[in-house]
Design a protein around this ligand. Structure first.
Ligand code: TPS
Length: 212
């Protein structure tokens, strides 16, 4: 994976859409997403074999379009399917354990909300940060108050040089603000997964990123 792959980073699990997840992913790819995270969490989330089977299906779609496939939180699953990356939160498995367990070529991302979290993650060798919530979001059950693009800008000013994606409440109306603050990309769930026209929604966000 490269930094460029983080430009339009789509995240989805089966409860983020009322449509077929494979169809949604295919449409999002046709709309121009550059990276995908499988995040099977919350109400009605699949587990065990069902989760593994869905992960494989979505990974197949990613592989056939050369889009990196990242697994949220579940290290066993990420290793079992040989995902391109794993993304963890602050309360999930510690970064040092992850680095020990995952092959060198597996990208490791971590969520960071505060400056201290960002600095620690950079020092401990995270490959990228997911910084947010930028704006208010109802997608994440335990999401906290938004920190705004200026927090991301402060991280840059304080010497955080690893790749950053902004996340939380991002859509075509505010994506540019996040890029202007110093992000390498934006990460989006509902603005794409819940859109009437998935492909068009992805393209609309992407336009705001590439014509900054
Ligand atoms: C790359 N996270 C923070 S806010 C949010 C999530 C899932 C909800 C966004 O939904 N960074 C990365 N991956 C993650 N899973 C997180 C952070 C955690 P919406 O776009 O609908 O507001």
């Amino acid at each position: 994976m490269t930094k460029q792959d983080l430009l339009l980073y789509f995240i989805m699990g089966s409860n983020n859409t009322s449509n077929d997840t494979v169809d949604v992913l295919q449409e999002a790819i046709s709309g121009g997403i550059t990276c995908f995270q499988f995040r099977e969490k919350g109400l009605g989330a699949l587990s065990g074999n069902d989760k593994h089977t869905l992960a494989k299906k979505l990974q197949d779609v990613c592989v056939s379009h050369d889009v990196p496939f990242i697994v949220n939180d579940d290290v066993e699953l990420a290793l079992a399917v040989k995902a391109d990356g794993i993304h963890v939160g602050q309360d999930d498995i510690p970064l040092s354990d992850l680095k020990r367990r995952c092959p060198d070529n597996m990208t490791i991302g971590i969520s960071a909300k505060t400056m201290a979290e960002a600095k620690e993650a950079q020092e401990n060798g995270a490959d990228y940060l997911g910084v947010g919530p930028m704006f208010s979001t109802t997608t994440k059950e335990d999401a906290e108050l938004p920190i705004g693009p200026q927090s991301l800008q402060h991280m840059r000013e304080a010497g955080i040089t690893i790749p950053i994606v902004g996340i939380g409440g991002i859509d075509e109306s505010n994506a540019k603000e996040v890029m202007d603050a110093g992000a390498d990309g934006v990460s989006v769930i509902s603005a794409i997964s819940k859109a009437m026209d998935i492909s068009q929604a992805a393209t609309a966000v992407k336009r705001r990123l590439t014509f900054c």
